[in-house]
Design a protein around this ligand. Sequence first.
Ligand code: TXA
Ligand code: MG
Length: 333
Amino acid sequence: MEELKKAAQILKEGGTVAFPTETVYGLGANALSEKAIKKIFQAKGRPSDNPLIVHIAKMEDIKPLVREIPLEAAAVMEAFWPGPLTVVLEKTGIIPEGITGGLSTVAIRMPAHPIAAKLIALAGVPVAAPSANISGRPSPTTGAHVVEDLKGKVDAIVIGGSCEVGVESTVLDMTGKTPMILRPGGVTREMLLKVLHSVEIDAALKGEDVVPKSPGMKYTHYAPKAQVYIVKGEEEKVPVKIRELVEQYRRQKKEVGIICFDETYNHYDQGMVKSMGSRTDFKSVAANLFKILREFDETKVEIILAEAVEEVELGQAIMNRLTKAAGYRIIHV
Ligand code: TXA
Ligand code: MG
């Protein structure tokens, strides 16, 4: 508690504090201070036109930040806050330019993690927080990941165990006619459809060649040191193809890693094999993905062959991150 109070004081005074949320660790600063926000971009090496999510502690904190809350936005906030959902709305004048990168909208989220909620409440200001990684690296899901990336670059790091969800929040744009998912995450399209009549998925997420609405989508993300390939197709064919590729790479004297599931773990006897959990347990797969990508960065592995999950429910967020990590390299079998 004393530690959290200190961290909150740092935020209040314009400093930077990394802290756990239920999705990934965030790097926070006072969202109403242009000067404080600049420090986030500096610490992360983040392009300044990539806007930040503003985190709040309680429902009424959103009021000064947005021009209006349409009924449908109120409904999703009621259903999924606090939690892994970010809502994009038209912003008011108190939101600094540095937050939105010149957009007329702002992204707001109320995290569920008790440390995040407490810290923001104690700070008494909305807290801008991107994921607490060096830009381009996998988002941090443990305190150790944050220390690895940001030690010495931020004013404080609050450590609080592993993040339960493990992938970043769903970004839902509520400023258009139809609510639009700009980034799939912990609150799935299927869950949103229980509250909303319709929910679209941004064309840029489907790999179509359009200008991304969420500026973050155009940047390389989660790029591990190794080159990642996703191997996708019929359940029985995937391990066969991966074994064949492993053979091939080993003949070229390349170190190979495999990212698979509990069900397929025993299909591989060469290369460095890591399981993300059961193929049917999307929650565990999401929670393990970034950790495993970082683990491979500690090894000599040059090529990673990754199995795919079905793109339904949380599988959409998992495949979105994995596809980015793979730089869109997919091998169909
Ligand atoms: O789970 C999360 O959302 C984590 C934790 C710390 O809360 N934060 C996070 O922040 O992932 P960041 O900065 O890594 O990702 C923010 C995403 C980016 O893709 C950004 O482009 C998008 O949200 N975004 C922010 N403001 C936006 C806006 N006004 N319109 C559209 N997209 C926006
Ligand atoms: Mg990020």
